[in-house]
Design a protein around this ligand. Structure first.
Ligand code: PMP
Ligand code: GLN
Length: 378
């Protein structure tokens, strides 16, 4: 059998979660909260189920949820997407990314990703018959390298995939980065696929630089987010996409034969939940407290903390602790110290072998404190 994805194995997230379970380690590897959403969200979903919202919803998602998303995007980023023609509810951000790429990328097209990057990007481009072009983020701080990006553009470039706040490094784009991208792309017809699943995890009072807030970029962009991240329900697999109507029309052509539509009761629950803006406005402070607690706890160890202006990931340099390569270090940390992490090399095609690993701090204080207790001897 000839594989469509010959280079792909089991994702590092599954591998490290299994290893954490085997060793009874505190799992700060795979990115998911170990706490539930507020009970009201689950109750809203129950209510939807009990009142008969259990059959197929409309293909792009229920109108109430698309309207709520439109209102939220306008409120936060100042752009109004038409709920009828410019917003679609997806089965998580993962499906939104794959469907966007399948809809917009033709065989032979080049798609630029900025490395390190989330592990689904490369295989999604490959499945569409596209060529992955990898441009490194700056080695210091993992920021956009606009010159590197300029050098990578070619007449075959169809799209660039960006991600802010960034998984795995926690770096964030500034409004100036967005402006630089807009100017670079102005003479081209290159599309932007913007993965903003951590949009509500930007810290220290900084605004999230959404592509939606930049009219020129938004006109050529598909913007993706995830309720799994936003409302601590990663297992629900509900996400959403916003794009100008002509792009969204192409997205929906693929979406309807990819999943057709997404589970109904969760959509009703989420629509009701979004009616109160405090549910997402409180999130930066909520996660900042976790970040600060985790960073403070690590400050007494030999780990060197990298900056963490956004996301729910803290990267650390462990070169003062070990000379192991990062994957081996994560395996050792899981088995011997009892804390699971993710090696940064998993986010590269050809890893530079830097001594950096990623911890997820979307955990209860109890979990974070137990992890810190174990890490404190390092
Ligand atoms: N993009 C990034 C950057 C992510 O970290 C994740 C979550 N693992 C996803 C996309 C996928 O999100 P979802 O769980 O909604 O499919
Ligand atoms: N996005 C999550 C992470 O980066 C995990 C998602 C997954 O397991 N595929 O850890």
């Amino acid at each position: 059998l000839q594989s469509r994805l010959p280079d792909v194995g089991t994702t590092i997230f599954s591998v490290m979660s299994a290893l954490a379970a085997k060793h009874g380690a505190v799992n700060l590897g795979q990115g998911f909260p170990d706490f539930d959403s507020a009970p009201g969200l689950v109750e809203a979903v129950h209510a939807a189920m009990q009142s008969g919202h259990n059959q197929y919803p409309p293909m792009p998602g229920i109108p109430a949820l698309r309207q709520a998303l439109s209102a939220k995007t306008e409120r936060l980023y100042g752009r109004r997407y038409d709920p009828d023609t410019e917003i679609t509810v997806t089965a998580g951000a993962t499906q939104a990314i794959l469907t966007s790429i399948l809809a917009l990328v033709h065989p032979g097209d080049e798609v630029i990703v900025l490395e390190p990057c989330y592990d689904s990007y490369g295989p999604s481009i490959t499945l569409a018959g596209g060529t992955v072009v990898r441009v490194p983020l700056s080695p210091e701080g993992f920021h956009l390298d606009i010159d590197g990006l300029r050098d990578a553009l070619s007449p075959r470039t169809r799209a660039i995939l960006i991600n802010t706040p960034h998984n795995p490094t926690g770096s964030v784009w500034s409004a100036a980065d967005m402006q630089a991208l807009a100017e670079l792309l102005r003479p081209t017809d290159v599309l932007v696929i913007s993965d903003e699943v951590y949009e509500h995890m930007v810290f220290d009072g900084q605004p999230h630089a959404s592509v939606s807030a930049h009219p020129e970029l938004a006109a050529r962009s598909v913007v993706i987010s995830s309720f799994g991240k936003t409302f601590h329900v990663t297992g629900w697999k509900v996400g959403h996409v916003a794009a100008p109507a002509p792009l969204m029309a192409e997205f929906r052509k693929v979406h309807q034969f990819n999943v057709f539509t997404v589970n109904t009761p969760m959509q009703h629950g989420l629509a009701a939940w979004l009616a109160d803006p405090s549910r997402y406005e409180e999130l930066p402070a909520f996660y900042q407290r976790k970040r600060d607690r985790f960073r403070a706890g690590l400050s007494g160890t030999r780990f060197e903390l990298l900056p963490c202006p956004g996301s729910y990931f803290q990267c650390v340099d462990y070169s003062r602790i070990s000379t192991l390569p990062d994957q081996a270090f994560c395996e050792w940390l899981t088995a011997e110290v009892g804390v699971a992490a993710i090696p940064l090399s998993a986010f590269y095609a050809t890893p530079p072998q830097r001594p950096i690993v990623r911890f997820c701090f979307a955990k209860t204080e109890t979990t974070l404190d137990e992890a810190l207790k174990r890490l404190s001897r390092l």
